[in-house]
Design a protein around this ligand. Structure first.
Ligand code: GTP
Ligand code: MG
Length: 138
């Protein structure tokens, strides 16, 4: 069965949205197979966001993702990678569709960061790579 790596980002944890994110994952019918809370180190974020380390927004992204603990989740189910990306909505929370996690629970706060509550792996290969980073025991 397919698995994906989901993060409740620091803004979601601070705003009390862990339960709502978990509820939506389970309501959709996916199974939560692993979960932990931790503060992400700069090294861990560089591995996780390897595709973005050379981007101009990378320093801001690390500051945002380091601003408190994150909840890391592995969810399982048929086509869960695609399914969770659909639940999450598009990257920019201002234009993310209502009904999605980002569309319902996030917005632009004028910080210059794109604070969008959750991460979800973008492909099965990314999911395998990211799960190994966050859950080496799996
Ligand atoms: P993730 O699930 O977190 O990977 O989001 P995504 O796949 O929808 O977007 P992407 O992988 O392109 O970017 C990763 C994260 O970097 C986004 O979720 C944002 O938090 C942040 N980000 C992306 N693009 C920008 C940008 O242009 N400016 C800033 N400040 N942050 C960005
Ligand atoms: Mg991404």
């Amino acid at each position: 069965v397919e698995r994906t790596l989901i993060l409740v980002k620091p803004d979601g944890v601070k705003r009390g949205q862990i339960g709502e994110v978990l509820r939506r994952i389970e309501a959709k019918g996916y199974r939560i197979v692993a979960l932990h809370m931790r503060e992400a180190s700069a090294d861990l974020l560089a591995e996780h966001y390897a595709e973005h380390t050379e981007k101009p927004f990378y320093a801001d992204l690390v500051a945002y993702m380091s601003d408190g603990p994150v909840v890391a989740i592995v969810a399982e189910g048929e086509r869960v990678v695609e399914g969770f990306r659909s639940l999450a909505g598009t990257t920019d929370p201002t234009s993310a569709a209502p009904g999605t996690i980002r569309g319902d629970l996030a917005r632009d706060w004028g910080t210059g960061n794109i604070e969008n509550v959750v991460h979800g792996s973008d492909a099965p290969e990314s999911a395998a790579r990211e799960i190994a980073i966050w859950f080496p025991e799996l």
